[in-house]
Design a protein around this ligand. Structure first.
Ligand SMILES: Nc1ncnc2c1ncn2[C@@H]1O[C@H](COP(=O)(O)OP(=O)(O)OP(=O)(O)O)[C@@H](O)[C@H]1O
Ligand SMILES: [Mg+2]
Length: 200
């Protein structure tokens, strides 16, 4: 079983969109998927109420920072657990990072999104120092041809690899909230985030 979290304390970077798109793509590839909503905003849960059954994506909400304690309950039933994390830096951040084996950090190609990383990176480092095996990567989302070189430079000190491809700004991503799965190439691009060698 793999546990993937979409996580960043900056708001509006695409965590929920990518968690939902990823869950749909995995389920459509025949996998048993749990979409775990760890965000008090309830985006993933609301999506699941409307569309979960249609796509064979199960969902649970857990807004207490006990995700790492509860995750074991789902181990047998699901091949993938996809966590939609809240835009905060809190006990929940640590709980989600303890629960997952891959942390995907979506960012828009903008300095504020990049500048927020050190705090999250510090928690990742702390958990690794405690012996937790955790892969982490940044994905630039909502990409519109910006120059990424300076943004990547700013990210360098935090030693979190950047996924080699960007996800474009594309209305197909917003359409997941209307229950439309991503078209093939975009779905593949999202699934490539789960490959162990694509980054860390
Ligand atoms: N690649 C994309 N192309 C176009 N629109 C996108 C893309 N990614 C996300 N969006 C849109 O950006 C908005 C914010 O996305 P989303 O809600 O997934 O962010 P979030 O990180 O979960 O936000 P929050 O921090 O509030 O939880 C949404 O309207 C979503 O449809
Ligand atoms: Mg969200």
């Amino acid at each position: 079983m793999s546990v993937i979290a979409f996580i960043h304390q900056k708001g509006g970077t695409g965590k929920s969109t990518l968690a939902i798109a990823c869950s749909m793509a995995l389920a459509q590839a025949g996998h048993r998927v749990l979409l775990l909503d760890a965000d008090y905003q309830g985006t993933a849960s609301e999506w699941a109420i409307r569309f979960g059954q249609r796509f064979n994506v199960e969902s649970r909400s857990q807004i207490q920072p006990v995700v790492h304690k509860e995750i074991g309950r789902f181990m047998d039933k699901f091949e993938y657990i996809v966590i939609d994390a809240p835009p905060s830096l809190s006990e929940m951040t640590e709980s989600v990072l303890r629960a997952c084996d891959t942390a995907v950090i979506p960012m828009r190609p903008s300095f504020p999104d990049v500048w927020a990383l050190p705090w999250l990176a510090a928690i990742i480092t702390k958990l690794r120092n405690e012996g937790h095996t955790l892969s982490a990567k940044v994905i630039f989302n909502q990409y519109q041809g910006e120059d990424l070189a300076r943004l990547k430079e700013e990210l360098e000190p935090w030693k979190i690899p950047v996924h080699p491809e960007q996800l474009p700004m594309d209305a197909a991503f917003s359409a997941v909230f209307e229950g439309k799965p991503l078209p093939g190439p975009l779905a593949e691009a999202v699934l490539s985030l789960l490959e162990k060698d694509s980054g860390d």
